[in-house]
Design a protein around this ligand. Structure first.
Ligand code: FES
Ligand SMILES: [Fe+2]
Length: 436
């Protein structure tokens, strides 16, 4: 099958998603030509650029973009290339101390707003116009994230994100701050990595230990125009139930044990003191007519309020129900009251078999805790760190998925039409870009 065919067909006549979309160099090249230069993507968070002159380099494929705070209220993005002979102007992150972006090679200089301000031996460049500026990319912000888009004609970010701002607005992501920032390299296509966090179908196969406190079967999958959601959207978690796959009778279900596993098992999503609240509720009689879940939700709401957090937009059920959102094309993860775990995944350079994964946890800073940017940790080899059981299990699958698809006998992916519907949706949205 030619790559152009694989593009026009998220699903082939055989009902399969062509594997070329995950394993071929040509398909990645096509994404690099048509998807990544046109789509809004998260470059960083605002708190990474607190001061005027702060910059940060965001890379996607072989492209590098400089995100710069040009004044207290403005963040701009530039292609990271000198107008003289193309040298990358800066890397990593830092501050353009004197308000000048200075090329390391022949010392051409630019103001923070991109204006070329100095050409060394100017008189020898009579042809160069005096109003040259660095090539700008669109940079817009929502929820504390700085998004960039290389397409000057792209729709406004807020329209692209719809309905995420509506859905996640009450969680005030803009008031959250990084709690941890880790990055690793995974041996699989970027979409393989995204897929692993965009469905619950693999829970029984990969994370059987979760079934005791997770109803993996009754998850809902909702596709929006561009983005998607999984978990309970219409009605939040009202009961503490294990997976129906375990076939337990009602009298075999211990709600207290489920709640306690939920709070400790999803580690990063709950505050440390919440385990104590669960223990306390389990060991004392509940107010009459109140379930354990309701009592806990009430306590959690009070705890968040006492930390000075605005929970006015969140109902009680939301206290124990994350919104798992797939932010097309490459960010996925649960947002909870007070916390969020977000994974950003990118191709690693131009390699279809490797990706860069950022694992971010965000938190509302507590009332008396001054926030400080955590150290960004980079693990070039994911096996060098213990990521916790659930993530270790997911990561261990990656190389096998990528290698297995390359088998001569594998022609494509047979997606579960309900539980893996978000994956198919992603392919269809990718095709909107590839065929436009
Ligand atoms: S390449 Fe930048 S000044 Fe020469
Ligand atoms: Fe998983």
């Amino acid at each position: 099958m030619s790559i152009r065919d694989a593009t026009a067909m998220s699903v082939g006549a055989d009902g399969l998603v062509p594997k070329e979309r995950y394993v071929s160099q040509e398909f990645l090249d096509l994404e690099m030509e048509k998807l990544w230069p046109r789509v809004w993507q998260v470059a960083c968070r605002e708190e990474e650029l607190p001061e005027t002159g702060d910059y940060l380099e965001y890379t996607i494929g072989d492209q590098s973009i400089l995100v710069v705070r040009t004044d207290p209220g403005t963040v701009k993005g530039y292609f990271n290339t000198c107008l003289h002979r193309g040298t990358r102007l800066a890397d990593g992150r830092g501050n353009f101390g004197d308000g000048q972006i200075r090329c390391r090679y022949h010392a051409w200089r630019y103001a923070l707003d991109g204006q070329l301000t100095e050409i060394v031996d100017r008189h020898e460049f009579p042809e160069v116009p005096s109003d040259l500026r660095l090539h700008e990319v669109r940079a817009e912000r929502w929820g504390g994230f700085v998004f960039v888009n290389m397409d000057r004609a792209a729709e406004p970010l807020i329209d692209f994100l719809d309905p995420i701002p509506k859905l996640l607005g009450p969680f005030h992501l803009d008031q959250m701050r990084f709690a941890t920032y880790r990055t690793t390299i995974l041996p699989a296509n970027w979409k393989v990595v995204v897929d692993a966090f965009n469905e619950g179908y693999h829970v029984q196969g990969t994370h059987p230990q979760l079934l005791a406190w997770t109803d993996d079967v009754n998850m809902e999958y909702v596709q929006f125009d561009t983005h998607a959601h999984y978990g309970r959207l219409a009605h939040a978690r009202r009961e503490l139930r294990p997976s129906p796959r375990l076939g337990l009778r009602d009298d075999e279900i211990d709600e207290g044990a489920i709640l306690s596993s939920l709070v400790s098992g999803l580690g990063g999503l709950f505050y440390r003191e919440e385990r104590e609240i669960v223990d306390e509720l389990r060991s004392s009689p509940l107010p009459p007519g109140t379930s354990l879940l309701e009592a806990y939700q009430q306590r959690r709401m009070e705890m968040l309020r006492s930390r000075g957090l605005d929970v006015s937009g969140l109902d009680r059920d939301k206290m124990t129900s994350a919104d798992d959102v797939y932010w097309f094309p490459n960010m996925v993860g649960p947002t909870y009251p007070g916390t969020a775990i977000l994974f950003r995944v990118r191709p690693n350079g131009l390699d279809p078999d490797s990706s860069i994964k950022d694992l971010w946890t965000l938190q509302w800073p507590g009332p008396d805790e001054p926030w400080k940017m955590p150290e960004r940790k980079f693990y070039p080899d994911w096996t060098a760190k213990d990521w916790g059981l659930i993530t270790n299990q997911d990561f261990a699958n990656m190389a096998h998925i990528q290698a297995g698809m390359k088998s001569r006998a594998c022609h494509g992916l047979r997606l579960n039409p309900r539980q893996e519907s978000n994956l198919l949706h992603m392919h269809r949205v990718i095709d909107r870009y590839l065929t436009a």
